[in-house]
Design a protein around this ligand. Structure first.
Ligand SMILES: [Zn+2]
Length: 220
């Protein structure tokens, strides 16, 4: 493929032109101001190393928001993995093969983190310089509620019960997502931390329910 054609493809699809990078190419040493994409050198077309300064949103080329568009996220992920697929580098030099493997693994981590509401929230909180303290516990009243929910899931024996619990719990997580979105928008990190603590418990119930669904062979 000629460079011209390459540029045209990228220009038309507008995939990786979120921001420019002005670094020199590890392979040919030229300054890549003549941007084709974030991925390849415009001079020698070598795959570039992932930029350590870029956060997961930048890497995947999606808007940085808690209300991430899952369809867009999945599309960007698939597109990137297509360009980073090991088969494409089978005949390239060793270094480029290593970069593609490293890049691909970062893209996988980014996708997994941004797709999952709890992981996304924790990651966004970390981007703002905060962590959820390890020994944080929710308030007593909440913990009692969660313990009861746990028991309900353990004791649920019929398919109908499990499906009902699943529906309820998924709705709780959705509701927390909405609240988290507002809290992030308001920059209220204290509230974000509290909501993420709640979400941790509901996510663990979700895992428990999903296991029950698999074990009982329930088809949804
Ligand atoms: Zn180059």
């Amino acid at each position: 493929m000629s460079i011209g054609r390459f540029v045209w493809n990228f220009g038309r699809q507008n995939r990786f032109t979120i921001h420019q990078r002005y670094r020199s190419c590890w392979s040919c040493g030229k300054n890549d101001n003549n941007l084709i994409s974030n991925l390849f050198c415009s001079h020698c077309k070598a795959l570039q190393k992932p930029d350590k300064a870029e956060n997961y949103f930048c890497i995947l080329g999606v808007k940085e928001t808690y209300d991430v568009d899952e369809t867009d996220l999945a599309k960007k992920y698939k597109d990137l993995q297509k360009y980073l697929h090991p088969d494409k580098y089978a005949n390239r030099d060793q270094k480029e093969q290593e970069i593609s493997a490293q890049y691909s693994s970062i893209v996988n981590d980014a996708y997994k983190t941004l797709l999952e509401p709890l992981a996304r929230g924790i990651y966004m909180l970390r981007l703002r310089g905060k962590e959820i303290p390890e020994n944080t516990e929710a308030d007593q009243e909440f913990l009692v509620k969660i313990m009861e929910k746990n028991e309900e899931v353990e004791e649920a024996s019929t398919e109908e019960d499990i499906i009902k619990l699943n529906k309820e719990n998924k709705a709780m997580i959705k509701d927390l997502q909405k609240k988290l979105s507002t809290a992030f928008f308001d920059g209220d990190l204290k509230r974000v931390t509290k909501l993420l603590t709640y979400m941790k418990y509901y996510t663990s119930i979700d895992t428990q329910i999903e296991t029950a669904i698999r074990n009982k062979g329930i088809i949804r």
